[in-house]
Design a protein around this ligand. Structure first.
Ligand code: ADP
Length: 273
């Protein structure tokens, strides 16, 4: 039961009247649970047929059945791209549902941070080229972190893909590291995008939140990525945040605990393009 109380005061701040409301949340909770179960069931049911649609389209556009006339090839590529997009949306919905239901598990292991950063850059390279944006890695710190490697990849890909989407063509996205204190490493992704408007800043990590309703149409996405990111990082013992300046760009960052025992050779890596 949710109970709220209000005190009404006169002009001098003296209490005049106290009133209160009480609300039975059982029904509300039951409806929320039904909604979550519905989303989960529908998402699961959609995923299987969608996987075969994407697979078939991937084979055809890859030329497995011979070359198609250009106009047909173009249509098939659009269909393939959108089937993949739908797949990402379904995965996000399922992740969110698992988090809400407390069913999300983490395979925590020791990982080389440098390796994780390299993998994140490589897997976003094609996306960056598509938008005409270059991605560089600056000042990688050679430490080990205790994380679920796949989930951290998902976080970094979310930061990178957002940064790439919002950076104008010809611009640059920088992945960089710093050490805010001896026990933690901070991984940051800086873009040259429009920044995040002040009115939206306190909702950035909320589910389904998007600064502009046209974002999902123009840029793709659902407003789930950063909500999932925050959950993942906090569940791995870290924290997330961002710094932004309108018209100049945004830096999204996450901080993770360093594995103390790891003794690693000084980093030999060069900034990569
Ligand atoms: P999605 O990108 O799928 O819409 P996210 O949760 O990743 O969902 O992001 C939520 C919203 O935050 C975006 O729709 C956008 O309005 C804003 N946002 C995220 N990253 C950036 C960025 N780098 N620059 C400007 N706005 C951003």
């Amino acid at each position: 039961v949710l109970i709220r109380g209000y005190i009404q005061r006169d002009r001098n701040g003296q209490p005049l009247r106290i009133s209160g409301t009480s609300m039975d949340l059982t029904e509300h909770k039951r409806i929320e649970q039904m909604k979550d179960e519905f989303v989960s069931t529908v998402s699961h049911e959609l995923r299987t047929p969608l996987t075969s649609i994407s697979g078939a389209l991937g084979l055809i556009t890859g030329g497995a059945l011979g070359e198609a006339p250009p106009a047909i090839q173009q249509m098939l590529e659009i269909a393939h791209r959108n089937s993949l997009r739908l797949g990402y949306l379904i995965n996000d919905l399922l992740d969110m549902e698992k988090i809400t239901a407390g069913k999300m598990t983490f395979d925590m292991r020791e990982h080389s941070l440098r390796q994780l950063l390299d993998e994140a850059l490589t897997s976003n390279q094609a996306f960056a080229s598509h938008f005409g944006v270059s991605c560089i890695l600056r000042d990688p710190i050679n430490v080990h972190v205790w994380v679920d490697g796949l989930r951290l990849q998902q976080v970094l890909s979310n930061f990178l893909s957002n940064a790439i989407k919002y950076t104008p063509e010809g611009g640059q996205v920088t992945l960089h590291c710093s050490q805010p204190n001896a026990g933690h490493v901070r991984i940051s992704v800086t873009d040259q995008g429009p920044g995040i408007p002040p009115s939206f800043q306190n909702r950035v990590f909320e589910k389904f939140a998007q600064a502009d309703a046209s974002d999902s149409r123009q840029k793709g996405g659902t407003g789930l990525g950063l909500a999932i990111t925050k959950e993942f990082i906090e569940r791995m013992g870290g924290r997330v945040g961002f710094d932004t300046a309108e018209g100049q760009g945004t830096t999204f960052w996450c901080e993770l605990p360093i594995v103390e025992s790891a003794t690693v050779a000084p980093d030999q890596g060069q900034p990569r393009l």
